[in-house]
Write a protein that binds this ligand. Structure first.
Ligand SMILES: *Cc1c(COP(=O)(O)O)cnc(C)c1O
Length: 955
């Protein structure tokens, strides 16, 4: 058995890796193992690229990722990613068996390792002998659910597979791409065997005519062939040396292939690739060194602390352009040892440089590609002497001569002689003091077409591609597409996936029905722990081994967990407030459980922009007025063509609370759009608005909150979270959402009837979220409030009875689209991607916090406001015959509202600092709004006594 690379092992057999770390560790305490495991996985998956290779849990794939019931635990547990909301932090900690002795074998129970304990024995153990006290450890247990309301595009950006049922073209694409290369057994093992036999025959023939009889090393040039083909040649034919001519391709392959493979690089060197080359610990030989500059780049990269740990210096061959073709790289051969000519030889200078100045490199030979025309010119079948063979191929002849001359010149070289570093003396003993004419320098020559002749001519290293692997794909693009999945998850996992997906589809085109069979549903009781139970989602336990870190996680926090997937039931602990009687009667239901290798809090808006766009849209869409105008037009399509309302919706959806002190929340902007028609009389009142559909296309998480009386009054579906003490801990409420989620509340769906007690509690919870930005959690004997920061748009016919910061009566445009139209317009992908990434930036908490208001602007605003107020008072005094009317005047509320508006307006234009121009446009916007509110109010109410609300600050 050949061990896997660290990367693929961690990805596919994480439990075995944990056990191995445990075996190798000196200090086997749980603390120390936890740290080692975390560090190991952290290092392997530090880059976004590496992390993306871990499957992200979703409703669509969880069934295939959960360990199979009867499989070997060590190898059937998968490493997964889970982007989720912490729903319940109240499950406390649980004590578990951290170590188990079985004969002389020690098994760790950490990170799900308990699954590898033989079931019968561990229970017998537990009964007969109390485990040693040291063998117990403690871990925190939480419950997490898929991000509630996460929109489809955001889920895709996080590489969550689409929910079963919805068509997912990327899965098909992937299957097609991998099917082409991996469905049949690779022929490489047989082909490599045949090549070896040919080489052996050539060695025998060579011996008969007087060559050394040494068998050259076979380097199987695997460029453009998939990892599975390489792995087959390695495992089944024992091939050890493989060569590649593209750095990135080699790096990617090396990551998913066994570490003991010896990689040769045979391609052109670019100076920006030094670091990448140095990142491959098992790069064995670089065959194409041809400049001092490249040598320096390599030396620097290899001696950097970032370089992969190597057991030995990197061997290099100097590439010689023996055919003198312009298209070939390499330095001119050394055809004479005349001292005058030799002084000019770049090849000699490079050799001296490597020996004396590059301690991380080892000069090991010379290499040529040679002219294609030369390769077939030798008569290999009936050679009479080695000389005949060599002289028939000018490339071989020149390379052999070059080596001989180079050795001679190096032995006489003054700089080399002066170099007194010990490494030179030791590493180049054969070259400098040896008796052999070749000085230990090797010849790399011979490819598919001429490897036999090259062997007879004395080659030490033949590079054979076509004859080992068959023809290469026509284009690089085609080749890379075909091996994409293998490079992501490794050749074996890709093959497994293929088996899984190809088996059922053999019967016909019914591949979608197979996903139905592979469905996992949470036990019924656990659906109450999902804020939006009707949407496809995943829920489960997260077990955290770092107790200190676990303490920091709060409910509704968005976390990214990477860990080992298993199943488990809720911990049996004191949290069950109802006491033991009720809960213990039922069989504990098992749910998915992730043993977190690490977990970190993330922002909802941390969607990776380059994954979500795919386009190359440069610049910020909000900063470009054409793009921003198009976005406003797009939003107004869900608002009966009302551009002013669309502006405000944009502001409401980017608002974030950036200061929170006691009862003060700065930054939030709850919007009420009134005059918003109710759903069609015939249609269900819970119908989704066109506005919500459009917001779904733009934002990472959107939740519709129905105000239907029936659901408000339904005690089983509260808006707030509560613990009913029913055995599954805290029940989710529909408003238990991640900060930054946008809620669309439609009062129009309410209908006629009476609010019952639970309805009143729900309205109170919703009001609290909209006004004080706190969500109540109800426990049997107490109630808590937790901070929340949701973006809210309240749609209503009249002015809303719910709290809001700003009010905009809708002014529909003639012939505008239906507010409840179910078709969403097509938007060009690049445009959409541009909007999304700009919105993510505008919405981020960091943006809100970093926004600056210069003192000068702030002063200007104060002055202007005071002046405006004075003027207004003057006008009112004049109108009322000398009596100042307080009610009509601008108040502090108006200033506050304008300040929130202008902040968001500036951010929505992608500005980081407030300017006076922007302030003026905010005042303009506010005045427009006040006029509209005034116009919308019935005449009878437009008296000074009741008309004070202006644009409707409700607090
Ligand atoms: C591709 C390649 C080979 C192998 O060529 P085949 O003719 O397929 O055997 C050998 N050497 C170098 C430098 C190559 O790029």
């Amino acid at each position: 058995m050949v061990p896997d690379t660290d990367f693929t092992a961690a990805l596919n057999k994480p439990l075995e890796v944990v056990q191995k770390i445990y075996n190798d560790a000196q200090d086997k305490s749980s603390d120390s193992i936890t740290k080692l495991v975390t560090a190991h996985f952290h290092q392997l998956f530090a880059s976004a690229d590496a992390k993306s290779k871990i499957p992200t849990l979703s409703a669509a794939n969880i069934a295939t990722l959960l360990p199979k019931p009867n499989a070997d635990a060590g190898s059937s547990h998968r490493l997964v990613r889970f982007r989720a909301m912490i729903q319940d932090t109240g499950l406390g900690t649980e004590v578990f068996l951290a170590k188990h002795q079985q004969g002389d074998r020690n098994i760790t129970g950490l990170f799900g390792g308990e699954a590898t304990l033989p079931a019968s024995e561990s229970s017998a153990d537990a009964e007969h002998a109390e485990p040693d006290h040291q063998d117990l450890a403690e871990r925190a247990v939480m419950y997490a659910v898929s991000v509630p309301g996460q929109t489809e595009w955001a889920a895709q950006a996080h590489r969550e597979a689409a929910a079963a049922g919805s068509s997912d073209s990327s899965v098909d694409e992937l299957t097609n791409a991998t099917a082409a290369v991996a469905i049949e057994e690779p022929q490489s093992p047989q082909k490599v065997e045949e090549v070896r036999q040919r080489i052996r025959r050539a060695v025998e023939k060579g011996k008969a005519i007087g060559s050394s009889g040494k068998e050259p090393r076979l380097v199987a040039i695997s460029k453009l062939h998939p990892p599975s083909t390489i792995l087959a040649a390695h495992r089944k034919a024992g091939q050890l040396h493989f060569g590649e001519n593209y750095v990135q391709e080699m790096v990617d392959k090396a990551k998913v292939l066994p570490r003991e493979i010896r990689w040769h690089f045979v391609g052109g060197l670019q100076s920006n690739k030094g670091k990448l080359l140095a990142s491959i610990p098992n790069l064995y030989l670089l065959e194409t060194l041809d400049s001092i500059k490249a040598a320096n780049v390599l030396q620097k990269a290899l001696s950097s602390p970032d370089a992969a740990k190597r057991d030995e210096p990197l061997r290099v061959y100097l590439q010689v352009n023996t055919s003198g073709e312009d298209a070939k790289s390499g330095l001119p051969p050394i055809l004479s040892t005349d001292p005058e000519q030799a002084k000019e030889s770049e090849l000699l200078k490079l050799a001296v440089h490597v020996i004396t100045k590059c301690p991380n490199l080892r000069l090991r030979g010379v290499m040529t590609i040679g002219a294609a025309a030369n390769s077939s010119s030798a008569d290999a079948d009936q050679p009479k002497s080695v000389d005949e063979i060599v002289s028939a191929n000018p490339d071989f002849e020149r390379l052999i001569l070059t080596r001989k001359n180079l050795v001679e010149l190096l032995r006489k070289d003054a700089d080399v002689a002066k170099a007194d570093q010990t490494h030179v003396k030791e590493a180049y003993a054969d070259l400098l003091e040896g008796s052999e004419a070749n000085g230990g320098l090797e010849l790399s020559m011979g490819m598919s077409a001429d490897m036999d002749v090259a062997t007879m001519a004395g080659s030490d290293n033949v590079r054979v591609g076509t004859d080992c692997f068959g023809r290469r794909p026509g284009t690089r693009e085609e080749a890379m597409k075909g091996m994409k999945r293998e490079l992501e998850v490794g050749p074996e996992a890709a093959a497994e996936e293929l088996k899984g997906s190809s088996a059922p589809s053999q019967g016909g085109a019914a591949s979608s029905s197979s996903s139905g069979a592979d469905k996992y549903t949470l036990p019924r009781a656990f659906l109450a722990k999902s804020p939006i139970p009707e949407a496809p989602h995943v829920g489960g336990l997260v077990k955290l081994y770092d107790l200190e870190a676990a303490e920091k996680f709060k409910t509704t926090e968005l976390v990214e967990v990477i860990g080992i997937l298993d199943k488990a039931s809720l911990p049996q602990a004191e949290w069950q407030e109802t006491g033991s009687g009720a809960a213990s009667s039922a069989e504990p239901a098992e749910v998915p459980c992730i043993h977190a290798v690490w977990a970190s809090a993330v922002e909802l808006d941390s969607v990776q922009a380059q994954e979500s766009t795919g386009g190359s849209s440069s610049g910020n869409a909000l900063a470009q007025s054409a793009d921003r105008d198009a976005l406003i037009a797009f939003l107004s399509g869900g608002l009966a063509g009302d551009k002013l309302a669309a502006e405000l919706v944009l502001l409401a959806t980017i608002a974030r609370i950036h200061v929170r002190r006691a009862n003060l929340c700065l930054g939030a902007l709850t919007l009420n759009v009134s005059n918003f028609g109710a759903a069609g009389k015939t249609a269900s009142s819970a119908e989704q608005t066109q506005l919500s559909r459009r917001l779904n296309m733009l934002l990472p998480a959107v939740v519709d909150v129905s105000m239907e009386l029936a659901s408000l009054n339904d005690d089983r579906k509260p808006l707030y979270a509560r613990s009913a003490g029913e055995g599954t801990g805290l029940e989710a409420g529909r408003l238990q959402l991640v900060n930054g989620t946008t809620i669309v509340v439609n009062e129009g769906t309410m209908g006629e009837g009476q609010l019952k007690e639970s309805g009143i509690r729900n309205i109170r919870a919703l009001s609290s979220v909209l006004e004080s930005h706190k969500l109540p959690y109800a426990f049997p004997y107490s109630e808590f409030e937790f901070d929340t920061d949701l973006n809210a748009v309240v749609l209503s016919q009249g002015k809303s009875f719910l709290p809001f910061d700003i009010h905009c009566p809708l002014s529909p445009e003639a012939g505008s689209e239906d507010l409840y139209s179910s078709s969403v317009p097509k938007v060009e992908a690049e445009q959409l991607a541009g909007w999304r990434s700009a919105l993510l930036g505008a919405r981020s908490l960091a943006t809100a916090k970093a926004f600056e208001i210069p003192d000068s602007v702030s002063e200007h605003i104060q002055h202007e406001f005071v002046a405006e107020r004075r003027k207004e008072q003057q006008e009112a005094t004049d109108a009322h015959g000398g009596v100042a009317s307080k009610e009509g005047a601008l108040g502090q509320e108006d200033l506050l509202r304008r300040m929130s508006l202008v902040r968001l307006l500036a951010i929505s234009h992608s500005e980081k600092t407030l300017t006076i121009e922007r302030w003026n446009s905010a005042v303009e916007l506010d005045k427009q709004l006040m006029q509209r509110v005034a116009a919308a109010q019935p005449q009878s109410q437009q008296t000074p006594a009741t008309g004070s609300a202006g644009a409707g600050v409700s607090r």
